[in-house]
Design a protein around this ligand. Structure first.
Ligand SMILES: [Fe+2]
Length: 196
């Protein structure tokens, strides 16, 4: 087998991601499929080998689809290189009706999931709790489905290369930020990386 035969190109990756949207109508299967494709792309040296991925720290838009996405057009692929981060408070947020895939090509990144927990007492407000902590290392890819709440803490020690794929342009989506202590939320619209 030649080296070329084992290579998964950016063009193939984007074509397969588009196929994931047309083959699956529901967000769980779309996100799961795209996460698997991203792991494969990472194994072939992407995104560093992309002509869209520049030198230095910053965010690089690799692809924006005009037609396909969930719940509407179009999905966006961003790659970014982040220097070691200062300690920050967690900033839980959701992605509204969109799903998001987060992958770490190199470096590390901590993901935390949150959810509301309800007691048996209907007079009480639900509590806002961490439900999962995930340390993403080289090649790890995870996804968050519509309405799921998470926070991202970039590595404080090492440069990290990330890829984020959103099922739509988040600038077009209303979503929420959550106060980690009270669970109160506020609506915002922003596609700003790296967090969130
Ligand atoms: Fe996020």
């Amino acid at each position: 087998m030649t080296t070329e035969a084992a290579t998964y190109t950016e063009q193939e990756f984007i074509a397969d991601a588009r196929e994931a949207f047309t083959a699956n109508r529901d967000p769980m299967h779309q996100a799961h499929a795209v996460a698997g494709l991203l792991r494969r792309a990472f194994a072939s040296g992407w995104p560093e080998n992309s002509p869209k991925f520049g030198d230095g720290d910053g965010t690089f838009e690799v692809y924006r689809d005009a037609e396909l996405g969930h719940p509407g057009p179009g999905f966006v692929v961003l790659a970014y290189r982040q220097p070691p981060q200062q300690i920050k408070r967690p900033a839980p947020h959701d992605h509204g009706v969109c799903w998001v895939v987060y992958g770490v090509k190199s470096g590390s990144n901590a993901q935390t999931r949150y959810a509301y927990r309800y007691s048996g007492d209907r007079s009480e407000l639900p509590s806002f709790e961490k439900t999962q902590e995930i340390l993403q290392r080289d090649g790890d890819v995870d996804y968050f489905l519509p309405g799921e709440i998470h926070s991202v803490q970039g590595s404080t020690e090492e440069e990290t290369i990330y890829v984020r794929i959103t099922s739509m342009d988040l600038n077009d989506v209303q979503r929420h930020r959550y106060d980690v202590e009270s669970g109160r939320s506020a609506v915002f619209s922003s596609a700003t990386t790296v967090n969130p």
